[in-house]
Design a protein. Sequence first.
Length: 244
Amino acid sequence: MSIILVVIIRSFVAFFVLLVLVRLMGKQQVSELTFFDYIVGITIGSIASTLSVQLNQNTFSTLVGMAVWALLPIILAYLSLHNIWIRKVVEGEATVVIENGKILEENLRRIRLTIDDLISELRIKDVFDIEEVEFALFEANGKLSVLKKSPNQPVTPKDLGLKAEYNGLPTNLVSDGILLEDALRSLGLTRAWLYHQLGKQNITEVSDVSLAQLDTKGNLYVDLIGDKPYVIIPADSSQRGGEP
């Protein structure tokens, strides 16, 4: 068997084994990864690349190494759910860096964060005056959480005694030109109803629609395929047609 063919086969094996292991380890956004998670991911990826191109490495032993590196974080994650001490050791904990407008330099030194870095992170949070900050915590995932003092927080409808309308999640009815029948049925709507709404904007084919979303207020957002502008159709859900 030629070397190229062996590399191709080993690469396929490494790819799909890595896919299975990542699925087992669970989904997590990159922005939420701790430094430990990041290092584990790099290590597993490095082992997978070794399996792919290092032909002098035993395939089975390399796969076992990948499995062990994937299994250990799963075990630690399970133990962390039941033990606070393990959770703190593995994931770390938030560090207070500002309290009542005062920078805690000792805590900054402990996490090796400079004041310039802190100011930069505050600007990302739209905070340009440290005196406005009640608390600022540096999270285990490297992000800064900021709580402004009460006088500097934005006014909410509750503060003004106003009743805010409910805003739920919109429902996709059309995606990439494909009608989502299950979504229509879940809302008690029909295809005829959707075609009627689209017809208000002279849209005759669902295949012309890139995305159609119905929000909880009854407004239908329609984005057409191509460079055409999107439209908002004030839909009346009470006018439901029969199935064509």
